[in-house]
Design a protein around this ligand. Structure first.
Ligand code: ADP
Ligand code: ADP
Length: 208
């Protein structure tokens, strides 16, 4: 299957959790703008420092910055046969820019209602060594790595409300935009991690 896949959904929908399965099934590399931005913040680059202000406030980073990151990433050899976009595009202008540089063949939308999102985000923990995503209740980490887990600075109740607001105002309209193009495949993300994994797998198999 050539072309790129977009993994779409609100913050905390389970995009990062399910991305590995799609990478395994398709061989396409995961391109997460959130991970790229966090790497830039960690490196202390001027772009990273500017982006951090938006991220900590729960606002979207300006389109120009994001499109620049994506253009650069798509130059790499491993992107030639398409990638799995995770958390990108998040605005209609981003999707319009993407159209000009890559072919999106399907958009897998993980649907989760707002009232389930806050618990998911506030309980999220990351393993900084492997990048693995855990949850204090829904996916506890093995006890031997508990001490090194971190919580993202933007994973607070206050920030998640701003992120949900940004999602509904700027990102959610993309679902109709992609649906009008016949590319949207919806998955009910309000299920256990395993069940969502099975639904995502079925959706990917249907595409190929
Ligand atoms: P996203 O990448 O969409 O922001 P994540 O994959 O990081 O979302 O998941 C957000 C949090 O919710 C993580 O702590 C993860 O372990 C947890 N999670 C993911 N999918 C589910 C699910 N189906 N049910 C309960 N918790 C989930
Ligand atoms: P989540 O899916 O859990 O909301 P991400 O890791 O995808 O988290 O994104 C974290 C933050 O990075 C977002 O709240 C936003 O500030 C910024 N960000 C990530 N991707 C984009 C994007 N495509 N456009 C604008 N901002 C982005």
């Amino acid at each position: 299957m050539t072309g790129s896949i977009v993994l779409f959904g609100p913050p905390g929908a389970g995009k990062g959790t399910q991305a590995g399965k799609i990478v395994e099934l398709t061989g396409k590399p995961q391109v997460s703008t959130g991970d790229m931005l966090r790497a830039a913040v960690k490196a202390g680059s001027p772009m990273g420092l500017a982006a951090k202000e938006y991220m900590d406030a729960g606002l979207l980073v300006p389109d120009k910055v994001i499109i620049g990151l994506i253009k650069e990433r798509l130059q790499h050899d491993d992107a030639k046969k398409g990638v799995l976009f995770d958390g990108f595009p998040r605005t209609i202008p981003q999707a319009e820019s993407l159209e000009k540089i890559a072919e999106v063949t399907s958009v897998i939308s993980i649907e989760v209602p707002d009232d389930a999102i806050v618990d998911r985000i506030v309980g999220r923990r990351m393993d900084p060594e492997t990048g693995d995503i855990y949850h204090v209740s829904f996916k506890p980490a093995p006890s031997e790595i508990q001490d090194r887990l971190i919580q993202r600075p933007d994973d607070t109740e206050e920030t998640v409300r701003a992120r949900l607001e940004a999602y509904h105002a700027q990102t959610a309209p993309l679902a109709d935009w992609y649906s009008d193009k016949g590319l949207l495949v919806s998955v009910d993300g309000n299920n256990s991690i395993e069940k969502v994994g099975d639904l995502v797998e079925a959706a990917v198999i249907q595409l190929s």
